[in-house]
Design a protein. Structure first.
Length: 280
């Protein structure tokens, strides 16, 4: 059995299936992205989303503002998109400029069009094990676990990172799957004491090679969500070459969790389209 958890392979299958589903729709689903400023990473992510949506038959709209735009204009734009029946999903490209209230802006999105799953409405539904739109990265991680038959029930699970994008929603999803979950973060002392006990370790810090061979137990499953760019190369939180022989399964960076994030954005958009058109 391969040790590599191949996000490229799984995301490709998901996108192929979504394309077949979309071909049966009477109209194309449409995604609207609001981008503020010229953050270089955001430019890359927006272009990637544009490319991947159009590949499977989804219409794409980008609304871009300068970083000094008045929040009121963004607010009115979101309200307009909420009312527009041709728009099935609305996404605020993060990060927003530091002077803006990102949480307030996100919560202006109609929850049924919240393809990132970041509105309070969808977060509360997720916590309560109700039908929710789930944040894309943790959703993609769960899909990888399912695809590779990695059962977390009764397992000791450790998550490093408590962000609203990954750590917190992932924690709730794993608890809903009957895992025993410990969440570590920047204030956690003696991190190794926790990671060495983990049957399944998730790390999402963006710190290169944070996790080394001596920090994991034999045959642990490692899910690396970290992204570090150095001299044009990507690496994760896990010292991949160092731990490979000791773990049972591992996600590479790139090619692991990353491709799943965009696949689940497309999945969420199709789900939103179905709900708005009573196709469920």
């Amino acid at each position: 059995m391969t040790k590599i958890i191949d996000g490229k392979k799984v995301s490709k299958e998901i996108k192929e299936n979504l394309k077949k589903v979309i071909e049966l729709f009477s109209s194309k689903p449409k995604l609207a992205i609001i981008q503020v400023g010229d953050d270089s990473a955001s430019e890359i992510y927006v272009n990637m989303k544009r490319r991947e949506t159009t590949k499977i038959g989804i219409d794409f709209m980008l609304i871009k503002y300068d970083s000094d735009i008045n929040e009121k204009i963004i607010e009115e734009t979101i309200k307009s998109l909420n009312k527009d029946k041709s728009i099935n999903g609305i996404l605020i490209q993060l990060p927003l400029p530091s002077n803006m209230d990102a949480k307030r802006i996100l919560n202006l999105i109609d929850p049924i069009k919240d393809v990132d799953g970041l509105t309070n409405y969808n977060i509360v539904k997720l916590i309560n094990k109700e039908d929710a739109i789930i944040p894309c990265t943790p959703f993609g991680i769960i899909k990888l676990l399912e695809y590779y038959n990695i059962d977390v029930r009764d397992k000791k699970v450790v998550i490093i990172g408590r962000s609203n994008l990954v750590g917190r929603p992932l924690c709730n999803m794993l608890l809903n799957m009957d895992a025993t979950v410990t969440v570590c973060h920047s204030k956690t002392k003696n991190l190794k004491d926790y990671t060495k006990r983990a049957d399944v370790l998730f790390t999402a810090t963006g710190k290169k090679h944070l996790i080394t061979r001596d920090m994991i137990q034999k045959d642990a499953v490692l899910i690396d969500v970290g992204i570090n760019r150095e001299n044009g190369k990507l690496s994760g939180d896990v010292d991949f070459d160092n731990v490979y022989k000791k773990c049972s399964m591992i996600t590479p960076v790139p090619g692991g969790v990353g491709p799943m994030t965009i696949a689940m954005l497309l999945y969420n958009l199709v789900s939103c389209y179905k709900k708005q058109n009573n196709k469920e």
